[in-house]
Design a protein around this ligand. Structure first.
Ligand code: ATP
Ligand code: MG
Length: 273
């Protein structure tokens, strides 16, 4: 029996066809079937692109970002807008150093600066400043690009959009606060999720937010061992979400690359067809 070749499977996957385990009596029949499926998928993609250009809506990742941000603003969060280029010191203050695996994932611009792999160093800085003026609870968030060198995989991008929300000086049980923050983002999305205790290289004990066994966010809380180095001495609760992961799951995409920043796809549809 004949199966699709690796390059045929790759092309069908690019065109959004994931079910490629058919078997055929002969090479001819296989190739004929491939041509038929590819032709049909190409036509579908072309129509989707034409429709997409007339739809006057934002990219799914941006749309998701807007929806979440509007809920956060309505809930009293203040948006931060901090640099994408950060200093090496910011990573050291996250307890990272050359011996950590995340360090090897960092895109360095020169020997002192890199593209941020996370939002936390900048948000620590914001908290440190804002807490000098704001007494009582303070809620902040940032959403924006983060960068990590990743080996290939269908859940990782080298450029992705992180959303971090942090509640400072909130009262009550820490784990319950995490659950409330997660609910604020997840409830409107209508995705079933669960909270799992995990441990992270940077934060130590974390709570991961999982959808169908896939991590969509990690949460942590202080007082934390990193607080002192970052000049923060108030309790906090924080969660970091990957927006593309949420879109990937909501749209039922097998590969995150279809929904991330891309020159090969526009919002899930292959362009080189
Ligand atoms: P993973 O274990 O999946 O590699 P992580 O635990 O290293 O993720 P965190 O540092 O906890 O990631 O980042 C918070 C969230 O950001 C993750 O839960 C995920 O949704 C998202 N994220 C992290 N790295 C990537 C990536 N390379 N591409 C897309 N999203 C990512
Ligand atoms: Mg994590």
């Amino acid at each position: 029996m004949e199966e699709f070749t690796a390059s045929q499977i790759q092309r069908l996957n690019e065109l959004g066809i994931d079910n490629t385990c058919d078997q055929f009596d002969s090479v001819n029949k296989r190739n004929h079937s491939f041509e038929e499926i590819a032709r049909h998928a190409t036509k579908t993609s072309r129509n989707q692109l034409i429709d997409r250009c007339g739809e006057r809506r934002r990219h799914s990742v941006k749309e998701m970002e807007c929806e979440i941000v509007s809920h956060l603003i309505a809930d009293g969060y203040t948006e931060c807008f901090t640099p994408i280029i950060i200093k090496k010191g910011g990573l050291y203050r996250m307890g990272l150093s050359e011996k950590h695996s995340l360090w090897r994932q960092v895109f360095w611009l020169n020997d002192k600066e890199c593209l941020r792999p996370m939002l936390a160093p900048n948000l620590y800085c914001m908290i440190r400043h804002l807490k000098r003026f704001v007494s009582g609870p303070l809620k902040i968030f940032e959403v924006g690009p983060c960068f990590r060198k990743e080996s290939q995989g269908n859940k990782h991008l080298e450029e992705f959009t992180m959303l971090n929300l942090v509640e400072i000086d909130s009262e009550g049980d820490r784990v319950e606060r995490v659950a409330d923050l997660v609910k604020l983002v997840m409830e409107p999305l209508d995705l079933r999720y669960e909270l799992i205790n995990e441990s992270s290289e940077v934060y130590g004990e974390t709570i991961d937010i999982m959808v169908n066994g896939i991590e969509v966010a990690s949460a942590s809380f202080g007082p934390h061992k990193l607080d002192k180095m970052n000049g923060v001495d108030t309790p906090w609760t924080g969660v970091g979400f990957g927006i593309e992961r949420l879109v990937q799951l909501l749209n039922g995409e097998t590969n995150i690359k279809r929904v991330g920043r891309s020159l090969a796809y526009l919002d899930g549809v292959r362009l080189d067809i």
